[in-house]
Design a protein around this ligand. Structure first.
Ligand code: SF4
Length: 175
């Protein structure tokens, strides 16, 4: 398999997550306040090499995409370097972690016996968090496992010496 096939598989997974997020958006309409300018969750994220390269490939082939100019002082800012005037300058190509922000997220506890909930209090300030379950929240473990395994295969095939399966690369390296 060449890299393009891995990128395709990554995008298929990303599309599935987008579809799930669309369904949740409709379910929580009126409560989700995500909008331009509400960007405190736009931190300096890192991603697996597979996701990093898939994004890099698409922004390099997008003739209209303008890579932000990194000025020296921006290296020290806390927010993502792709955040510009309250908007994501690579919105179409943003990674999975950014696509799931704002939704109620469910994870499994370390020993697998309980759910852990991560919820944006700007969106769900009036909701009892006990009302969330895998039918109205984004249950992340299956998606995370699939991404992890796909990346593991990718790294093993193309970067067996450079990267470990859990190596992550900062999005700022795209600049
Ligand atoms: S890539 Fe875009 S959505 Fe993700 S943290 Fe950066 S500015 Fe925010």
């Amino acid at each position: 398999m060449d890299k393009a096939i891995y990128f395709e598989k990554y995008r298929a997974l990303r599309n599935e997550i987008d579809d799930t997020c669309d369904r949740l958006s409709k379910m929580h309409v009126g409560k989700m306040q995500c909008r331009q300018g509400c960007d405190s969750c736009c931190e300096k994220f890192s991603v697996f090499p597979l996701e990093f390269e898939a994004i890099k490939e698409v922004i390099q082939s997008d003739g209209t995409f303008q890579v932000p100019q990194q000025r020296n002082f921006e290296k020290f800012r806390k927010s993502c370097l792709f955040l510009k005037d309250g908007s994501c300058s690579m919105y179409e190509h943003r990674p999975i972690i950014c696509r799931t922000q704002g939704f109620p997220l469910l994870y499994q506890s370390g020993d697998g016996t309980a759910y852990e909930l991560s919820v944006c209090r700007l969106n769900f300030k009036e909701i009892n968090v006990d009302t969330f379950h895998d039918g109205n929240a984004l249950f992340m473990p299956p998606f995370n496992s699939r991404l992890y395994l796909l990346n593991q295969e990718f790294v093993k095939k193309f970067y067996p010496k450079q990267f470990k399966p859990n190596t992550r690369i900062g999005l700022s390296e795209l600049i």
